[in-house]
Design a binder for this molecule. Sequence first.
Ligand SMILES: [Zn+2]
Length: 293
Amino acid sequence: MMNTSFEKRIQICFRLLLVLALCLTVTACSRNEATVEQSGQFMEIIGTPDEQHMMYNPTTEPPTEEPTIATLGTNCIGLTEKDLPEDAKVMYLTFDDGPSSNTPKILDILDRYGCGATFFVMKSDYEDQYKNIVDHGHSIALHTYSHDFEDVYESTDNYFADLERISNVVFDKTGVRSKLIRFPGGSSNTRSRSICEGIMTELVDEVEERGYAYFDWNADSEDASGNNIPSSRILEASTSYTQNKIVLLLHDTNQKDTTVEALPHIIEHYIDQGYYFLSLNENSPTAHHGVLN
Ligand SMILES: [Zn+2]
């Protein structure tokens, strides 16, 4: 009897030891070091799975703050003023006379900052850029095919024949039938007076009767005031405006490298001022100058 009881105690002790050994093994395993890849960086995590969860890189947690105007302002492609807070400050970047060899560079910059923009296009050797503009989410608008003042301002018939020509080019290349236009020289141009007096007075009414919306500008980058205007001057001129809705005149031609150089700085200035960057549509501010002929 004594031997049997002793054996039983030995067996119980042995089982207890086994259970203890098992517990120690499980604990040791769960405390093994783990390495995870996070945000392109390896970080070492030590602890139990629960502890590891607590220690998980806190910078990856979603932001709890409401998005600010500045952060929203950098992601505007496809938005309209209806999507924005009331009285939001809006910058309409408008590029005339393209497309050109500089169009892809301009599109890259707009992509980088998430800015919508508008391109008033004419005839071009860079035919694939019409669709590129649309594919990047911007408004494509009409500036006449020839941009030849002597021809387009000779008569209303000439103007509309030329407008139809660029309209068809844009439609063929992009599938967009644009109703947004900008007159060469703007609606206030006086060069047309010597070609056909009174033609601007007729055209501004007739384009609207035909369903077009015409746009001028209320801010000038001065990038067309000469050749190779220094980017510092373009930046200074472009950032001198403070009105709530800015329609900024810029140019997209092969020669306008300094406009491309200034563009990121112009955008950053207005992001800092809380502006959104939208493309023009039929309901956008027209910034009409008033007709002088
Ligand atoms: Zn022009």
